[in-house]
Design a protein around this ligand. Structure first.
Ligand SMILES: C[C@](O)(CO)[C@H](O)COP(=O)(O)OP(=O)(O)OC[C@H]1O[C@@H](n2ccc(N)nc2=O)[C@H](O)[C@@H]1O
Ligand SMILES: Nc1ncnc2c1ncn2[C@@H]1O[C@H](COP(=O)(O)OP(=O)(O)OP(=O)(O)O)[C@@H](O)[C@H]1O
Length: 301
């Protein structure tokens, strides 16, 4: 019997260990270089097949209406592709979400939710898309979706869709949520954003890691100066966390992180965090927890 539901599916967050803006495309999108790191802090999604072809989010997400939700939009795209391939409508899906990742946090939460939905629905519907096909399907919805489907530490180029696997650090992170939601377009649109970082290579990053073994040492985040200027709590969080190691913003902000070599060191930092900030620890993840779904995507259970 084919499965009809999958519950407790993680949608893990990402950190950008560095993020360089190297140019801008004619359509306004920016050319980036970054290393994406998965961490074990995650939203949790629950999927139940429907038999009427509808795609329904069964839980409220404050500020995100059903029809704008990246999960729902991603599943509609997959349902369209299903119809093209199989000549009939996809079965439909109920999706419930326990959301803990902050929106506008630079942790890629919305993109990760959508990637998890694509991987699980591809499996439950037996739609038959490959990893590369799912990555391409998700890209128009969000530049980070291909990374989450790719599912391992990655050196990213282009707008974030050209991905190569790279050995990542094995460490703990402390992440501070400065309590502001940063809109990505405002950061990329800022006049003072530097867009001419010198291109680096994947070997530059790997060589740096093997010599220094410092996850947050290589390069910088070019979006950080703009975000810190527009959102002073980001600057304050970077300064505070910088007492405990190199502190850096992830993505277009607002969250700020630093790396620690052990869980107990992460706990020591957390014990000092001022009450006004939410903060947590997370472990680096070498692989997406749902990666095996893509390897046995056509298996009938
Ligand atoms: C900066 C990163 O966080 C790095 O992980 C992501 O690339 C941002 O991804 P995201 O939040 O999913 O953003 P998207 O929804 O794809 O894009 C939002 C807006 O940001 C700008 N944008 C985004 C990505 C990119 N490479 N260049 C851009 O200029 C565009 O104005 C775009 O309309
Ligand atoms: N399921 C979802 N979860 C979160 N945000 C969603 C979702 N669906 C749509 N969105 C929209 O996407 C926006 C970006 O959310 P997301 O959590 O990906 O931000 P982010 O962490 O800043 O991402 P990035 O690192 O890609 O900049 C939100 O402000 C929200 O309007």
């Amino acid at each position: 019997m084919a499965r009809t539901s999958l519950h407790n599916c993680p949608a893990p967050a990402k950190l950008n260990l560095f993020l360089h803006v190297t140019g801008r495309r004619p359509d306004g999108y920016h050319l980036l270089q970054s290393v994406f790191q998965l961490i074990d802090r995650a939203d949790t999604l629950h999927f139940d097949l429907r038999d009427d072809g509808r795609i329904v989010r069964t839980t409220e997400v404050p500020g995100v209406p059903q029809e704008q939700d990246l999960i729902v939009r991603a599943l509609h795209l997959l349902a369209d592709e299903y119809r093209r391939r199989h000549g009939r409508a996809a079965p439909g899906m109920d999706v419930a979400i326990d959301k803990i990742l902050p929106m506008g946090g630079g942790l890629g939460g919305g993109s990760s939710d959508a990637a998890t939905a694509l991987m699980v629905a591809n499996h439950l519907w037996q739609a038959g898309l490959s990893r590369d096909e799912l990555m391409a399907l998700g890209l128009p919805l969000g530049a980070d979706i291909p990374f989450f489907v790719f599912g391992e530490t990655a050196f990213a180029e282009g707008v974030g869709e050209a991905l190569q696997s790279v050995p990542g650090p094995d460490c703990w992170y402390v992440v501070l949520e400065p309590g502001v939601s940063v809109p990505t377009p405002a950061i990329f649109g800022a006049a003072d954003l530097t867009r001419d970082s010198k291109p680096v290579t994947i070997s530059d990053f790997s060589r740096y890691q093997s010599v220094h073994n410092e996850p947050v040492g290589f390069g910088k985040n070019d979006l950080q100066a703009v975000a810190a200027r527009l959102f002073p709590p980001v600057a304050e969080a970077v300064e505070w966390l910088g007492r405990y190691g190199r502190a850096r913003m992830t993505g277009s902000g607002a969250c700020v992180f630093c790396a620690l070599s052990s869980e107990s060191k992460a706990d020591d930092v957390l014990a000092q965090v001022p009450a006004k900030w939410k903060a947590w620890k997370a472990k680096s993840l070498a692989q997406h927890p749902l990666k095996s779904l893509l390897q046995d995507r056509c298996v009938v259970e």
